[in-house]
Design a protein around this ligand. Structure first.
Ligand code: PLP
Length: 356
């Protein structure tokens, strides 16, 4: 049976990346040693790190002000590390509360300074994106989540603001071209759209880092990581390697324009199947629908277990909704082929014929 992997994270990776990663576990670059057995300061690994950082720079077309880092942890680590580096005690940071991840990020920032929730969609269960109003001058930064993985919404137009803009792009990184230079800080856990769990990509405008007055523990300090080229201590070598291979794959496939074209094709197909099928409904505002994570429900919730069981039997993996939301969530990250979405839509149709 064909397995179609709609997991929300960790999630599907290109087959060729898995093959290369598997080979490197046995012998890396013809060394006869595993990628897991060589020092992170050997030329072999330093080259991996350099290619990873350079590929980010190329894919994002970054201005010279911006530095690229690969750091330990998941996006949750950045919820703390961002305010630690950018928010002085007594100052305020503005947060867009458009979903569970954004509210978690805001809570962590509260340990370091004041948090201004400048837009909040809790009242509509985060089924839409709402732009913030004007941000008070002197605010340290404005934080948003570019794609709400759990609720299935995505920003199309980012706020124009006079304060530094920070984005958690964990679940739509490298899925579409954009002006990345408009952000002063971008972070993403790798395991959704760009690699293996355990590493974060951080892109930061260095000019911003000079503003921090309080001292920061070394492992949390972006400036020290920049000075050390992401090799201050042992990085998560395998996760960096898998991310590098995945980014190489993105470039080979045609870059961000091609990823965008594919994700439009996949998500248009899925959303039109939902819209046309009376058994399925989505509560997400049409203009804010995520191209990465489609969140929807059975119109009759009693049919949900039967649909999930059919999915299980037919090899549709990872389609159960987030634990606090329920329903169905279909994640369509870069590596997911169109054929998986086609097969899923066929199954929706079949289910409607049986139960309509
Ligand atoms: C998954 C996710 C996180 C949490 O990532 P961890 O790596 O598990 O800490 C944060 N933000 C967004 C947008 C996510 O999708």
């Amino acid at each position: 049976m064909t397995i179609n992997n709609f997991n929300s994270g960790p999630s599907i990776l290109p087959g060729s990346v898995l093959e290369q990663a598997a080979a490197a576990i046995h012998s890396f670059n013809g060394t006869g040693l595993s990628i897991l057995e060589i020092g992170h300061r050997t030329s072999h690994f330093v080259e991996v790190m350099e290619e990873a950082r350079n590929t980010v720079r190329k894919l994002m077309d970054l201005p010279a002000t911006h530095e690229v880092l690969f750091l330990h942890g998941g996006a949750t680590t950045q919820f703390m590390q961002v305010p630690m580096n950018l928010l002085n005690q007594g100052d305020s940071a503005a947060y867009c509360i458009n979903g569970i991840w954004g509210s978690k990020a805001a809570r962590e920032a509260g340990f370091f300074g004041k948090v201004l929730p400048v837009t909040d969609t809790t009242d509509c269960q985060h089924t839409c994106i709402r732009q913030p109003g004007e941000i008070p001058a002197g605010t340290a930064y404005l934080h948003l989540t570019s794609n709400n993985t759990v609720e299935g919404t995505q920003w199309e137009h980012f706020p124009i603001t006079n304060v530094p803009l920070v984005a958690d792009m964990s679940s739509d990184i490298f899925s579409r071209p954009m002006n990345f230079g408009q952000f002063d800080l971008i972070y993403a856990g790798a395991q959704k759209n760009m690699g293996a769990a355990g590493v974060n990509l951080v892109v930061v405008n260095q000019e911003l880092l000079a503003r921090k007055k309080d001292s920061i523990p070394a492992i949390m300090d972006y400036r020290q990581h920049i000075a050390a080229g992401s090799l201050m201590n042992t990085p998560p070598v395998f996760a960096v390697y898998v991310s590098m291979l995945t980014m190489r794959w993105i470039v080979e496939q045609g870059g961000l324009y091609e990823m965008d074209r594919r994700s439009r094709e996949k998500s248009d197909l899925l959303y039109s199947s939902i819209d046309q099928n009376p058994l399925f409904i989505t509560k997400v505002a049409r203009e804010d629908r995520s191209r990465m994570n489609a969140v929807f429900f059975l119109a009759d919730p009693q049919l949900e277990p039967a649909f999930l069981e059919l999915c299980r039997k037919e090899g549709m993996v990872g389609v159960k909704g987030y634990r606090t939301i329920g329903g169905i969530r279909v994640s369509m990250y870069n590596a997911l082929p169109l054929s998986s979405v086609q097969a899923f839509c066929e199954l929706m149709k079949y289910f409607a014929e049986k139960n309509g």
